[in-house]
Design a protein around this ligand. Structure first.
Ligand SMILES: Cc1ncc(COP(=O)(O)O)c(C=O)c1O
Length: 387
């Protein structure tokens, strides 16, 4: 038989047991407490609507001025975003993309040939396998280990590197472990001499200060680095479709030329959002503060409620998620199915994020607090009844 489709799309598209049960529950009209909500526009936040809508209504949206790296005014706005965080990044080191996901795809295209390897943390963001497959790149995990806080396992990382390794991804802070890169880790990472892709979409969402942490690699010069972020998390506006890459370190000018070439092929960032970016970033603090308050309140609640319970909340330093260790008397899948079937509570199993061992549940701290509190109460009820 003649093959019609490329082998990039060979994954199992059958619904998993959790999505089957969720579909059934929704059809039955169950009032589900969704503790996986990571869409900020559904998290009960108040957006500066007039400012955002006004920013998008610029008459200049009627002009087409194709700039592969992005309009200077928009890159200047990103530069000012970093300046407000005490980091100096000139607009010439910034390239705009339609999202952080697109930034990954550009960087994989730039750095890796088909069959080359990119190292990604584990547990981490579940999209890596898909992003890699789309570029015919193999993503290989390097483990993070937990001993009260999360650390990179450097000896496992060293053995994961092969002659085909082209770059190393750090997610800072990581999703869903909420762990930031520490100064000593950053020093060691640079000794591998690999280009570093630093996913910093959650870096504004630290839960407490820590001088040991590296909040961003933008502005670093030791090795070739690409810091990525975007409006999706920074301003809680994933639908605006704007992200960016900051390049730095040896060879960054050549890297930016390559990225410009790639971006010129697609010109995917729309003009209205580029024109609106200065005002949207200037107004983003309002939503950022609400997200910080909401995630912190939910985490505090989870920590207090799990004390003396059969569950343990792992340390969270930042980001929008918490991992809850639950008794291993059931598999993660059984736990999440049981919680949905019996308690109408939706949570994610750790294996969605490639946790090395069972049993962990992942909860979104962005969930509206009332839903979060009721959901946690039902989870703890179920745990107490079944253990
Ligand atoms: C770690 C991480 N990186 C990137 C993204 C995607 O960001 P964007 O919407 O800019 O593609 C997400 C979305 O949840 C994420 O969790």
């Amino acid at each position: 038989m003649i093959r019609v489709f490329s082998s990039r799309l060979q994954w199992d598209s059958n619904p998993n047991p959790l999505s089957i049960l969720l579909g059934k529950k929704r059809r039955e009209g169950a009032a589900i407490l969704d503790l996986t909500e990571s869409n900020p526009t559904r998290a009960g936040l108040h957006y500066p609507a007039a400012e955002i809508i006004g920013a998008l209504a610029d008459p200049c949206v009627l002009n087409h001025d194709p700039q592969p790296r992005g309009l200077f005014s928009a890159r200047q706005a990103v530069s000012e975003y970093y300046a407000r965080r005490g980091v100096e990044v000139p607009p010439s080191r910034i390239l705009l993309t339609a999202s952080t996901s697109e930034a990954y795809s550009y960087l994989f295209k730039l750095l890796a040939n088909p069959g080359d390897e990119i190292l990604v943390p584990r547990p981490s963001y579940p999209l890596f396998d898909y992003l890699g497959a789309m570029e015919s790149v193999n993503v290989r995990p390097y483990p993070l280990r937990y001993d009260g806080s999360w650390h990179i396992d450097f000896s496992a990382l060293a053995t994961a590197i092969t002659p085909r390794t082209r770059a190393l991804v750090v997610v800072n802070p990581n999703n869903p472990t909420g762990s930031f890169l520490k100064r000593a880790e950053w020093e060691r990472l640079q000794t591998f001499g690999l280009p570093i892709l630093s996913d910093e979409v959650f870096s504004d969402f630290a839960l407490a200060p820590d001088p040991d942490r590296v909040p961003t690699l933008a502005g670093s010069n030791g090795v070739l680095i690409f810091a990525m972020s975007g409006l999706s998390k920074v301003a809680g506006l994933p639908q605006m479709k704007l992200g960016w890459i900051v390049a730095g370190g040896p060879g960054h000018e050549t890297a930016l030329e390559g990225l410009e070439w790639i971006a010129d092929t697609f010109l995917s960032v729309s003009t209205p959002i580029q024109l609106a970016l200065p005002r949207i970033l200037a107004a983003s603090g309002v939503v950022e503060e609400q997200i910080r308050t909401q995630t912190r309140a939910n985490l505090d609640h989870l920590i207090t409620q799990t004390m003396g319970s059969p569950c343990r909340c792992l340390t969270v330093e930042g980001g929008w998620y918490a991992a809850l260790e639950v008794p291993r008397i059931h598999s993660e899948e059984d736990w999440v199915l049981h919680l949905l079937a019996q308690k109408d509570v939706l949570v994610q199993p750790g294996f969605f994020y490639d946790f090395e061992a069972e049993a962990f549940l992942v909860l979104s701290l962005l969930t509206p607090p009332v839903t979060f509190e009721h959901g946690v109460a039902r989870i703890l009820d179920a745990m107490t009844a079944l253990t």
